[in-house]
Write a protein that binds this ligand. Structure first.
Ligand code: CMP
Length: 139
């Protein structure tokens, strides 16, 4: 079925001017960018977005990293978009990511891994609503 997923191009990737190259990989995989904005997250936004990880040792560092530069938040739409985006991204740790994936090509570390993508339909809906009003998503 046609799904939507929330994607974030992270500060390590915007710093290296990789937005277009990463977007091309999404589009070549059949994902459509139906909403997109470049922004700098506040500490509060990063902490709330990653709240599920708040007990993890990496939470503070992760939130600091995510506010260290611009991000591009976007909604990707397509057939099976959540799983498809996860395939295009590759494993969380770039060291474990398959050849040809975004994280293998561009990820610098498990933290600076260039992209975030929603992991399930419920989280996709929550994450999309966190960043976008319905009227900002144009399918
Ligand atoms: P992301 O898909 O954005 O979701 C949570 C993020 O935590 C993950 O990508 C990584 O960038 C980051 N992270 C940092 N350290 C770790 C770790 N040890 N295990 C998993 N995720 C980590």
């Amino acid at each position: 079925s046609v799904e939507r997923t929330l994607s974030i191009i992270k500060p390590d990737a915007t710093r290296r001017n990789l937005t277009g190259k990463i977007n091309a990989m999404f589009e070549e995989a059949g994902l459509r960018i139906v909403a997109q904005k470049r922004t700098r997250l506040t500490k509060e936004q990063a902490e709330t977005f990653y709240e599920v990880h708040k007990e993890r040792a990496f939470y503070g560092e992760l939130c600091a990293f995510m506010t260290s530069g611009p991000v591009v938040v976007q909604v990707l739409e397509g057939e099976g978009a959540i799983a498809k985006n996860r395939e295009v991204m590759g494993a969380t740790n770039p060291a474990n990511a398959d050849d040809g994936t975004v994280r293998k090509l561009y990820g610098e570390s498990v933290e600076a891994n260039s992209v975030h993508g929603s992991d399930a339909p419920e989280t996709a809906a929550q994450e999309i609503a966190y960043f976008f009003a319905g009227t900002e998503i144009v399918g």
